[in-house]
Design a protein around this ligand. Structure first.
Ligand code: NAD
Length: 424
């Protein structure tokens, strides 16, 4: 029986979940590397999966029981590393898929970590700060046994931020003694790295600039549309604008805005800081999340949820370049459509690796207790991103394949070698 590789939001004959979708990309690269079956099985199978119940006393006085996950995918190259997501759609398959992507991302960008991911199915937008703190402390307490600076080091992801990381660090440290290296993405005051907040977006820009430079072009004057105006989307918009590009559209969960002459990004930031959304910004027309994907722009940047580029909308995309700032925004079947249309994709495990790169710098500063200035962080980040880009770009050219398959090939080779050398 032939199977079609699809994502969870389509209505096709055979639905692949997010983890299977990542493994479809894995197989494409493993085939090209002639990887033996036993090694494929080791590399595909998560090392450890922890599911916990997280009872939290809400402000109303009632107790709500949330479900939390921490999945450690592969640790052959170092401690497990990956974000913690607070979002209503968090489920085990998604966390597994994201944990696996972290294994490939850390290997590709060549930082000494494995891959993990965690999350709690909750709606942080509708929780008070005190509820979020109680949730974070209880979740930390329940997964603390598998965490540690030399074991597993979480970081922020969708719905979590530096404050959540500070609570996590405090809760863990109250059990094990001062342990800033147990988590990254902390505020600078409690052991965070300078440059971490902007790191993912800066990496997105470095990868995009490296792509344009490889084609004797620059980012100046290029138009882009961005889905998401959280940590990654907002700073990507800011830097795109500062580098002389035009951000013509931005959307978030509540709606969006479009101005074909280019949005006034500093004014959009001011508006967002007050309203906590880009919807209703007066400097343009109303834009929605579906129409954004079909805009005639030089570059499309998904920077919100996964599975947003689907077989249903891939055919409508006009941008010649997609830079995947979000994790797993493109379903495998949509990826094939993009490839057939000649649309170039800078894949997530490369494009958004700036976050984990500076997380590595933060962890290493925590272990040595010697702190870098922002200039040094940004310089080293830029160097790592451009090296990562060229590793992928050159291999894609040599192998006559997509940058996604090339990125997986680089990563699989490195993790496979580590796994084999450590022995089983
Ligand atoms: P965030 O929580 O700060 O922002 C998420 C954004 O997505 C918000 O603007 C929100 O309104 C928007 N959004 C949520 N649901 C939406 C929907 N249904 N339709 C449209 N927009 C929606 O998260 P973030 O840290 O900016 O992460 C964004 C993406 O980047 C995620 O896929 C995350 O995994 C990935 N990522 C983040 C980092 C990091 O360092 N923060 C690193 C690597 C990858």
């Amino acid at each position: 029986m032939s199977t079609r590789v699809t994502g969870r939001h389509t209505s096709t004959s055979r639905r692949f979940n997010a983890f299977e979708a990542v493994n479809a990309m894995f197989d494409r690269a493993a085939d090209r590397l002639n990887m033996p079956d036993w090694l494929r099985e080791i590399l595909k199978t998560p090392f450890r999966e922890v599911t916990v119940s997280v009872p939290v006393r809400m402000d109303s006085g009632k107790i709500h029981v949330y479900t939390g996950y921490r999945i450690q995918h592969n640790g052959a190259r170092g401690p497990w590393k990956g974000g913690i997501r607070y979002h209503p759609e968090v489920d085990k398959d998604e966390v597994r898929a994201l944990a696996s992507l972290m294994t490939w991302k850390t290997a590709l960008i060549d930082v000494p970590f494995g891959g993990a991911k965690g999350g709690v199915a909750c709606d942080p937008m509708n929780m008070s700060m005190l509820e979020l703190e109680r949730l974070t402390r209880k979740f930390t307490a329940r997964i603390a046994i598998v965490l540690g600076p030399q074991r597993d080091v979480p970081a922020p992801d969708m719905g979590t931020d530096g404050q959540v990381m500070a609570w996590l660090m405090d809760e863990y440290s109250s059990r094990r003694g001062y342990s800033p290296g147990v988590v990254t993405g902390k505020p600078v005051n409690v052991g965070g790295s300078r440059g971490r907040v902007t790191a993912t977006a800066m990496g997105v820009l470095a990868a995009t600039e490296a792509y344009y430079a490889a084609h004797n072009q620059t980012l100046a004057g290029k138009t882009c549309a961005i889905q998401g105006f959280g940590n990654v989307g907002s700073f990507t918009a800011k830097f795109w604008h500062e580098k002389g590009g035009k951000v013509v559209a931005v959307t978030d969960v509540k709606g969006g805005v479009y101005n074909k002459k280019g949005l006034d990004v500093p004014a959009l930031w001011t508006y967002f800081n007050e309203k906590r959304t880009v919807a209703g910004f007066p400097g343009g027309e109303v834009m929605n999340n579906q129409d954004l994907f079909a805009l005639d722009v030089d570059c499309l940047i998904p920077a919100a949820l996964g599975d947003v580029i689907t077989p249903n909308n891939a055919g409508t995309i006009k941008a010649p370049l997609i830079v995947e700032a979000a994790n797993h925004p493109t379903m495998p079947e949509a990826d094939e459509i993009l490839h057939e249309k000649g649309i170039v994709v800078i894949p997530d495990i490369l494009a958004n690796a700036g976050g984990v790169t500076v997380s590595y710098f933060e962890w290493s500063q925590n272990l040595t207790q010697f702190y870098w200035d922002e200039e040094q962080v940004n310089k080293e980040l830029d160097r790592k991103m451009r090296k990562g880009f060229h590793d992928v770009y050159e291999l894609a050219k040599k192998e006559k394949t997509t940058m996604r398959t090339a990125a997986f090939m680089v990563a699989l080779q490195r993790v496979g070698d580590a796994e084999t050398q450590r022995g089983n």
